[in-house]
Design a protein around this ligand. Structure first.
Ligand code: HPA
Length: 281
């Protein structure tokens, strides 16, 4: 038997947009999803309006340590932006449709550009902890798609193309930003799994064989829906640890947060410069 269908994205976005508009009339040009430990960028926003997830219908308070659960409107480099601090993950038990609502909401509120950031394990042995990696493409290994179910034809195609999910134009701008602020930026393929376990060493070897350079527990579903809905996407991973088995040491969330804290200033400088470039493009 077919399952009962959840509400369409359009009707959920109508409801979420109404809740946001009761609190602010700001229209962001760019949306930024802050990965684990990378929330420091939000401190650089000026003239901030913060909306806690609990004010938004159907959004749970985020639970992962390092995630605080707010939608933050503010200016960055003079560009109106909205930041998601505390993203929603599958491993928290959220549905794939809920996980992608923040990305779609940012688009509905006005953002035409979406920056997705994340903390990731390094699969490519030449990407040690501390590496910033521009996402060139991804492997969706979550086994889920947020687009299953009736298609919202007003928002996007039934069978969306994913060839340029990570916008070539924005990737160029991000590389330019990296040059401008003198931050080294590798590039590669991000493999998205559900978590919450880190991988086994055998899985990391498998991911390397599949062509992944980094592995994490987010990003891929958000990138899919944003691209589907016509929002331009760019992604940056911070490699916080060598993937499981590469050194033999056990992995821990503390190690991830420590590496993110160390790289925070470089990440912030990179994204700020990128936003400035988008603002003048
Ligand atoms: N695997 C998956 N997700 C991660 C990792 C990892 O090694 N590091 C940070 N997020």
């Amino acid at each position: 038997m077919r399952q009962m269908q959840p509400p369409s994205f359009s009707s959920r976005l109508d409801e979420l947009e109404r809740a946001v508009r009761q609190r602010t009339d700001r229209v962001p040009r760019i949306g930024i999803v802050l990965g684990s430990g990378l929330g420091g960028l939000a401190d650089d926003l000026t003239d901030v309006t913060a909306i806690p997830f609990s004010d938004l219908p159907g959004w749970p308070p985020a639970t992962a340590p390092g995630h605080s659960g707010q939608l933050l409107f503010g200016d960055l480099e003079g560009v109106p932006a909205v930041c998601l601090k505390g993203r929603l993950h599958l491993y928290e038990g959220n549905s794939e449709r809920l996980v992608v609502e923040p990305a779609l909401l940012m688009g509905r509120l006005g953002a035409r550009v979406l920056v997705l950031s994340n903390a990731a394990g390094g699969v490519n042995p030449s990407y040690p902890a501390g590496t910033l990696m521009l996402i060139r493409d991804h492997l969706n290994l979550t086994g889920r798609s947020p687009l299953m179910g009736p298609n919202d034809d007003a928002m996007g195609d039934r069978f969306p193309d994913l060839v340029n999910t990570y916008s070539p134009r924005l990737r160029d701008l991000m590389r330019r930003a990296a040059d401008d602020v003198n931050v080294s930026l590798e590039q590669g393929v991000y493999a998205g799994l559900t978590g919450p376990t880190y991988e086994t060493p055998a899985e990391v070897r498998m991911l390397a064989t599949l062509g992944a350079d980094a592995v994490g527990m987010s990003t891929v579903l958000e990138a899919i829906v944003a691209h589907w809905a016509g929002i331009e996407v760019v992604g940056v991973s911070l490699v916080t640890n060598p993937g499981a088995g590469i050194t033999g040491d056990p992995l821990s969330h503390e190690e991830v947060l420590e590496a993110a804290a160390e790289a925070g200033p470089r990440f912030t400088a990179l994204v700020r410069r990128f936003v400035a470039l988008v603002g003048s493009s």
